[in-house]
Ligand binder design. Sequence first.
Ligand SMILES: C[S@@+](CC[C@H](N)C(=O)[O-])C[C@H]1O[C@@H](n2cnc3c(N)ncnc32)[C@H](O)[C@@H]1O
Ligand SMILES: [Zn+2]
Length: 303
Amino acid sequence: MTNTPPVCNYEGSDYQQSFWEQGGRQYEDLAEGIAFKRVLPKNGKLMLELGAGAGRNTPRYAGFDRVVLLDYSTTQLAQAQEKLGRSDKYIFVAADIYRLPFLNHSFDSATMIRALHHMADAPKALSQIRNVLQPQAIFILEFANKLNLKAIFRYWLGRQTWNPFTLEPVEFVKLNFDFHPKAIRNWLTNLGFNIEKTLTVSHFRLGILKRLIPARWLATLDGIFQLSGRFFQLTPSVFVKAIVKEEGEQTTPPANLIELFKCPNCGSGNLADKRDHLLCPSCKAEWAVQDGIYDFREKRNSH
Ligand SMILES: C[S@@+](CC[C@H](N)C(=O)[O-])C[C@H]1O[C@@H](n2cnc3c(N)ncnc32)[C@H](O)[C@@H]1O
Ligand SMILES: [Zn+2]
């Protein structure tokens, strides 16, 4: 197996309930919804949702013919399945973003929301994503911004040792990283993306404002301020819409999406469908298929 950075483990986590549903984050969710409306195309063929978690954002991709939800945690994917139901529209894949199990040029769009946050080697993760995108594909990336006003003031007041103005990521809690907007721009540009839009999100992530002002109003106001992201980014969260600059035709995805998979062990395509597993024709690795989830994290021991 290749050497890849550690994964932040969400297996068994109640993230969706504790962070979103009981965590008082209606404002942040609504503000993200407004940002999505600005960056998502009305329709598309095949969307890859990276770090999909419990599928909080997936209903926002309703205009896409099919959506591949990818996450390292099977318990998060199981929650997403429960929320979205099983149908041909959604494909659930347990895999590591650093070892994506797809052939190059598979998707016409991808999103990664609140997941780059856990990448110890963000450029490596972004280059994996770039490989699986088609020419002119759309990539919507949300990242946690180290250059946010709270961090700047804390730094100036001597309450924080790390410098929000420098380009390197900051790991403020183990496997939780904030990034400098310029570093993100540099990485995306070097990988051949054109940045089409930048929106600043969650301008009003302050307990007192969230208590005093209804979430809907605060989100509407946020929606107006989001456009200032074009000029400067000082919010804790930033959305970027990037387009793959490569010339060329987009191809129509196959009816059977198994044809897009590749073996993360050896890179071979043409995995054979053996019902409870996929078999790699080259290295003979077996990848489990269980409860509607394709599991590419660890090879299964052959039976
Ligand atoms: C903070 S949650 C965000 C979930 C969802 N995007 C949302 O906004 O509600 C981060 C997700 O990224 C997943 N994740 C973290 N590292 C990963 C990796 N290396 N490969 C695949 N998924 C990963 C976690 O399992 C978790 O579900
Ligand atoms: Zn293989």
